[in-house]
Design a protein around this ligand. Structure first.
Ligand code: SF4
Length: 467
């Protein structure tokens, strides 16, 4: 199985494939423009929006600068409150920990709150291999799961479907879907609600991620819009939360900044409809066993890059996706990674190492709209350019070509000699540009011409004019 962080198929090929779907483009344009406009309206209401962005960015910088200390502080506080903290270096370790915890309860079914971290580690697939059925309870995630598809947006995973397509998925795949189900949003939501209600009441284990983990108190925070999260977090006897190590906030009071930044940036709302917080175990209230799996999975390596580490500030609001002209046309599947859009283009290659996602940093026009929209001021274009550089540095043919060029251009005589040789070559060929170079130059001429020096060269013209 491919890692959800890398499909192995380069972005240009995936994009080419997705561009051939006019209905997809229509759905994407409608959805991204609707969310984008809502966001712009509610952001404009706040006179101190820029100060809030700066505050959010500063808190995230503080977290990354003190990550080991804050992680230990979080572990201590959560443990004292009755939670059990587990550590996972990578996806395989995290999945094994969760599968063992579920098996220990004797349960064969779990209900899940929408979580990017569990998608990143392919938890559903790992649980299935262990004989455990995981049901997504977020409406959009449920649609994607029933369709046996992949999410295509961080916040709106089923953004690529319109309501008629969703009705067809429910009719054909959802147990107990009413005969003659219409494509009215109200009817679709009611069908999903009844389907999920049965699962909630049966589930003994709930699985979540966390939007924030507060080091000071050991508290986890989940924000959501449908109330399904609240059901998963409170009804089952056992709750397992899979949390990326960068999700920390130092203090409880830091939460205020992010609870203002996140809903406005993500769904264009002033407040999240449901904000759930829990600190360990409270007897007689909610789950009697709480496990927290802290996952690295490439984050420590990302932290080591002074430019790229700012990708770890991300609060997964998806504002950068909704303003990206590339995302709007190709959709999330083209990125071949669980994190699509501009954030995916900088986060996925760093989590996996640039080799597995080499093409993603090039999936951008560098227009800068993502930087302007990001609530925590991640300079996505800067990281894109930085990763492009790393990607090129690692390609030996390209690196050798550019090193040779640099060697030639460093010396005036060498440069003049090379120009003369190239011009002689162009005379022999009888043309002023090459349309097809042999390998490895054919990758260059696949999408552009290679011009040959004109006669006379500028240098020759200059010395003739001045002599
Ligand atoms: S990079 Fe910024 S805008 Fe994009 S999802 Fe993350 S926080 Fe939101």
């Amino acid at each position: 199985m491919n890692s959800p962080l890398a499909s192995g198929v380069p972005f240009p090929e995936m994009a080419h494939h997705e561009l051939a779907k006019p209905q997809l483009r229509q759905n994407l344009k409608h959805a991204t423009h609707t969310i984008r406009d809502k966001r712009a309206r509610v952001v404009a209401e706040l006179p101190n929006w820029e100060e809030l962005r700066s505050a959010g960015s500063a808190i995230k910088e503080e977290v990354l600068a003190n990550l080991p200390t804050l992680l230990e502080q979080f572990e201590k506080a959560a443990t004292e409150a009755g939670a059990v903290v587990h550590w996972a270096r990578d996806a395989a370790e995290a999945c094994a920990v969760v599968a063992d915890l579920v098996k220990a309860t004797g349960a064969t079914e779990v209900v899940k709150v929408k979580s990017m971290a569990t998608q990143e580690i392919a938890l559903n697939e790992a649980l299935e291999a262990a004989g455990i059925t995981a049901t997504e309870t977020d409406l959009a995630e449920l649609i994607v799961q029933l369709a046996d598809d992949k999410p295509s947006h961080i916040l709106v995973p089923a953004i690529h479907y319109n309501r008629t397509e969703i009705r067809d998925i429910f009719r054909s795949r959802m147990a107990g879907a009413p005969d003659g189900l219409s494509d009215e949003p109200r009817d679709l939501a009611e069908a999903a609600r009844l389907h999920l209600r049965r699962k909630f009441l049966r589930a003994r284990v709930g699985i979540s991620g966390a939007n924030f983990a507060i080091a000071e108190t050991g508290t986890l925070v989940v924000v959501e819009s449908e109330g399904n999260g609240r059901m998963c977090l409170t009804l089952p006897e056992t709750l397992i939360s899979v949390v990326g190590i960068e999700k920390l906030l130092p203090r409880f009071c830091d939460l205020g900044t992010f609870l203002r930044l996140l809903p406005r940036s993500s769904t264009g709302e002033r407040m999240n409809p449901y904000t759930s917080m829990w600190t360990g175990v409270t007897p007689g209230d909610g789950p009697s066993a709480v496990h927290i799996v802290l996952v690295d999975n490439g984050r420590t390596a990302t932290l080591a890059d002074p430019v790229g580490r700012q990708a770890l500030h991300c609060i997964r609001c998806s504002a950068c996706l909704n303003v990206c002209p590339v995302y709007e046309r190709v959709g999330g599947h083209a990125y071949g990674s669980v994190y699509p859009g501009p954030i995916g283009a900088i986060l996925s290659p760093q989590l996996t190492g640039i080799g597995a996602n080499r093409s993603l940093p090039f999936a951008s026009t560098l227009c800068g709209a993502c930087y302007d929209a990001c609530p925590v001021k991640i300079n996505i274009p800067e990281v894109l350019v930085h990763l492009r550089q790393s990607s090129v540095d690692k390609r030996s043919a390209e690196r050798t070509a550019f090193r040779t060029l640099a060697w030639i251009m460093r010396d005036r005589k060498r440069y003049a000699l090379a120009l003369r040789a190239a011009r002689r070559g162009s005379r022999l060929l009888g043309r002023d540009k090459l349309k097809h170079l042999p390998w490895p130059g054919n990758r260059w001429t696949a999408s552009r011409d290679a011009p040959l020096p004109t006669a006379p060269t500028f240098r020759e013209w200059w010395s003739r004019e001045r002599s």
